[in-house]
Design a protein around this ligand. Structure first.
Ligand SMILES: *[C@@H]1O[C@H](CO)[C@@H](O)[C@H](O)[C@H]1NC(C)=O
Ligand SMILES: *[C@@H]1O[C@H](CO)[C@@H](O)[C@H](O)[C@H]1NC(C)=O
Length: 160
């Protein structure tokens, strides 16, 4: 009786091996394919409010990183940088006192001004000394009378 109700042990093994192989693939794939991206949260911000340039999938063990205004990497464009060996966050030439760098790479802008609109580039140095970049955009809008704002539907959707 027992032999009919319980499948022979030998038949189960291939399935268990397959499941193990699948779970190993699922475990190993994401770290090698996850792309570093950046996103403005919210996507559009009213002048005077805060906005976060959020960084997704930044490797956890980077050696250093820095944010720059625009898309060119020059000391004169540097907002802020971080060096892992000293755990130090250092303001750069274009830091206005309103930008805060988090250890996950995200950059917070407080009390935004219209001039904050534009491209921002994060450069980071990986543990293997490889240097990579990702660029994001901020869009700051003027508040129009009566609380109505240009592009209001987008702004409402993006609110935190
Ligand atoms: C990074 O940290 C900031 C501040 O704690 C947080 O608001 C943001 O969501 C974090 N970013 C990610 C991608 O987790
Ligand atoms: C926000 O920035 C404006 C100039 O753009 C300044 O006049 C104002 O005092 C700032 N507000 C705060 C709360 O820092």
């Amino acid at each position: 009786m027992r032999a009919f109700s319980t499948p022979p042990r030998g038949r189960r093994v291939p399935w268990q091996e397959l499941l193990l192989a699948v779970s190993l693939l699922a475990f190993w794939n994401p770290p090698t394919t996850a792309q570093v991206t950046t996103e403005s949260v919210p996507p559009n911000v009213v002048k005077g409010n805060d906005v976060l340039l959020r960084v997704h999938n930044l490797p956890g063990n980077i050696l250093a990183c820095g944010w720059f205004r625009g898309t060119t990497i020059e000391p004169s464009n540097q907002i802020i940088s971080y060096a892992a060996h000293s755990q130090e966050i250092i303001p750069g030439a274009t830091h206005t006192g309103r930008e805060t760098l988090y250890y996950n790479g995200s950059l917070l802008f407080q009390n935004t001004s219209l001039e904050d609109t534009g491209d921002y580039t994060l450069q980071y140095v990986k543990i293997n000394a490889q240097i990579e970049r990702v660029t994001g955009q901020l869009r700051v809008f003027e508040e129009v009378g009566g609380g109505r704002v240009a592009g209001a539907s987008l702004i409402v959707e993006g609110r935190l």
